[in-house]
Design a protein around this ligand. Structure first.
Ligand code: ADP
Length: 189
């Protein structure tokens, strides 16, 4: 049976969001993107949004306790009981440990961590292109470079965290969206 509790890990611009949405539709489970939820909080002007905005615009991480609260709340909702795809969470060791503590309480565990690998320079080019199309506030070159550095320092080490749990699948993220989607499906068996 295909795994239904998934995590997509990868550097900014690797196509996590696109692939997460496709997979969510394919499997009939929700995509849980902390980036999307935080942007919605910023747009709504909530307390969380006010805390998050400056960090996001600079390309830095929003503090762990804020993001962990957002993710916990979302994972506890009824549509996530039958599966979910985490997209952009966890991003730090503290977040991964919080998730490790939370999932047993929800009566489930992660079944697969798909880590997308893409050459960093390719990613910067992709993000600058997306900046022109979507106009996201954090898609300027300085913020992009910061996001890459933060990824390498804080998030990339999580690959080992999931490798140690024997649920890691490394997937080449270079190529057309369809090609990468095929690789992900193959990795999920
Ligand atoms: P990308 O992967 O392209 O950087 P996201 O939409 O996943 O985009 O995230 C955008 C921003 O939202 C991040 O740069 C960060 O400021 C914030 N963010 C999202 N998820 C997290 C998280 N798990 N921990 C801390 N900050 C987060």
């Amino acid at each position: 049976m295909t795994a239904r509790r998934l995590l997509l890990l990868g550097p900014p611009g690797a196509g996590k969001g696109t692939q997460a949405i496709r997979l969510a539709n394919q499997l009939g489970i929700p995509q849980i993107s902390t980036g999307d939820m935080l942007r919605a909080a910023v747009a709504a002007g909530s307390e969380i949004g006010k805390t998050a905005q400056a960090h996001m615009d600079a390309g830095e991480l929003v503090p762990d306790h804020v993001v962990i609260g957002v993710a916990e709340e979302r994972l506890g909702q009824s549509d996530a009981t039958d599966g979910f795809i985490l997209d952009g969470f966890p991003r730090t060791r503290a977040q991964a440990e919080a998730l490790d503590g939370l999932l047993p309480k929800l009566g489930c565990k992660l079944e697969c961590c798909i880590a997308l690998t893409v050459d960093p320079e390719e990613l910067v080019a992709r993000l600058l292109k997306r900046a022109e199309i979507e106009g996201r506030a954090d898609d300027n070159e300085k913020a992009i470079r910061t996001r890459m550095a933060v990824y390498e320092e804080k998030t990339e080490p999580l690959i080992d965290h999931y490798r140690a749990k024997s649920i890691l699948a490394l997937v080449d993220g270079l190529g057309e969206v369809d090609e990468v989607a095929v690789r992900i499906t193959a990795a999920l068996g």
